[in-house]
Each structure stands twice: as structure tokens, then as C-alpha cells.
Design a protein around this ligand. Structure first.
Ligand code: HEC
Length: 216
């Protein structure tokens, strides 16, 4: 089976993508955005973990994801601080507290600690959350989805710890900011998919526009 990267290369060669993608100006540097994105997903995972209708299998997957996310966060936050010219803030304690809350199963505290960090590193979806779902974006989004994502996401296997959820449903259920953050993290660098940042912001924006434009 062709990897996502190979499929993407084919699409690119076919000239279906990368046509005059406009340059996007970012108010936020790459490190700050990455940190803010990871934090928003972490806060969302904490909320899912606490939700009554989340079953034990998915709880285990979510707890693993949160634990994995926390491992890289200290460095990520330090880089974000540096990039923004802040004195590095002491995050060790906050992250240790998050880890403790997770281990203790104190989900109220976990959510409140995550919310504090989200407030300290606000996520700006500029560039990924398109203000205007143009017909060009919707078309590109559909092509990318059908070629690269539908195989895993359209008929999710829920009997696994970390399912590949239906992205049309997620687009309806999640806040626009959290959905964009999940798209950014989900598409870039995920060990399960083996994808390592193959999509441009404009391509992610097109996918976001497409998912938000319709239900499956
Ligand atoms: C080989 C299967 C596979 C392919 C192809 C794939 N994904 Fe995924 N995706 C997954 C799995 C499995 C997860 C869950 C990972 C986890 O929980 O850690 C996931 C997670 C995600 C998430 C996070 C969802 C959430 O609720 O946090 C997003 C967003 C996402 N994928 C988008 C995409 C998009 C967009 C594409 C196409 C460009 C794509 N994926 C292609 C398997 C796949």
C-alpha cells in the first residue's frame, strides 16, 4: 500500500495541489503555535477522558496520549518562550502537577491545570482555520481527503484504544479552534500514521474547510 507521502507526491505531480497557494502571514512563530496547538489538544483529551460516555478502552488510549504529550511539552514551551522573547517560564512544576493529576485520576484538576496552560499559550488558528471556504479550497479539501484520509477515518474502528475518528463528525462536534488544533497535530507527526508534516497550511486549511462544510 502506498504511504501517505507517496500518495501526496503523486497528487502534487498530477498538479492537483500546490497551485498558487497564497503565502500566509503568521502572527505566531512556529514554536509558539506548536506549543499552543499541543496544549489545546491536551486540554481536549482531558475533557474527553472525563466525559461520562467515554469507555474504558478509549480512556486508556487518551491517558496514554496525554502522558506522551506531556513528555515533549517542557522543551516545546521553553522554545516557545524563547521565540517570543519571554524569560523562560518555570513549567516543570505545572507539568509535574499535570502528570500527578493524571496518575491520581483527578480529572477535575487535570482539566483545570490544562486550561491554565492553554490560557498562557493561546492558540491562534490563523492560516489553518480559513475564514472563507472558497470553492477552490473545498475542492482541494475533498481531493486530499479522498486520497489520503478517507481510508482510515471514514469508517472508524472504535474497538481500538486510539480510533481514527470520523473527521466530519469531529468538525461538527468540536469548537473550530480545537478542531483546527487537532487537524494540525493529527496530520503532522503522528506515530500511528507515520505522517511527518507532509501538508502545507493551505492544504490543512482546505481540509478544515471541507470537513466543516458538510456532514458525512
Ligand atoms: C493509516 C491510517 C490513517 C491515515 C491514512 C490518516 N489517519 Fe488520521 N489518525 C489515524 C489514527 C489511528 C488516529 C488516532 C491517533 C491517536 O489517537 O493517537 C488519527 C488521528 C487523527 C486526528 C486527531 C483526531 C482527534 O480526535 O484527536 C486528526 C485530526 C487526523 N487524524 C486527521 C487526518 C487527516 C486529515 C488525514 C489525511 C491527510 C489522516 N488523518 C490520515 C489514522 C490515520
Amino acid at each position: 500500500m502506498a504511504t501517505v507521502r507517496q500518495k501526496l507526491a503523486r497528487l502534487t505531480i498530477a498538479g492537483a495541489v500546490f497551485l498558487a497557494a497564497p503565502a500566509v502571514a503568521f502572527a505566531q512563530g512556529e514554536h509558539a503555535r506548536r506549543a499552543a496547538t499541543e496544549l489545546l489538544v491536551l486540554a481536549g483529551d482531558a475533557r474527553r477522558l472525563a466525559a461520562e460516555d467515554t469507555n474504558d478502552l478509549h480512556r486508556k488510549g487518551l491517558a496514554d496520549r496525554i502522558r506522551g504529550g506531556l513528555a515533549g511539552l517542557e522543551l516545546m514551551l521553553r522554545l516557545a518562550d524563547q521565540e517570543q522573547g519571554h524569560q523562560p517560564r518555570p513549567h516543570g512544576e505545572a507539568l509535574a502537577a499535570l502528570r500527578e493529576a493524571l496518575t491520581a485520576g483527578d480529572l477535575v484538576r487535570l482539566q483545570s491545570l490544562a486550561a491554565d496552560l492553554v490560557a498562557a499559550y493561546p492558540f491562534r488558528a490563523t492560516g489553518i482555520l480559513p475564514a472563507i471556504p472558497t470553492s477552490k479550497r473545498l475542492k482541494l479539501g475533498r481531493e486530499l481527503h479522498e486520497e489520503l484520509c478517507a481510508g482510515c477515518h471514514d469508517a472508524p474502528d472504535l474497538e481500538v484504544e486510539r480510533p481514527a475518528y470520523n473527521l466530519f463528525d469531529e468538525a461538527q462536534q468540536l469548537s473550530p479552534g480545537e478542531f483546527s488544533a487537532r487537524m494540525s497535530v493529527g496530520v503532522r507527526g503522528d506515530r500511528v500514521t507515520g505522517i511527518d508534516n507532509p501538508l502545507s497550511d493551505e492544504q490543512i486549511a482546505s481540509l478544515v474547510a471541507y470537513y466543516r462544510s458538510r456532514t458525512n
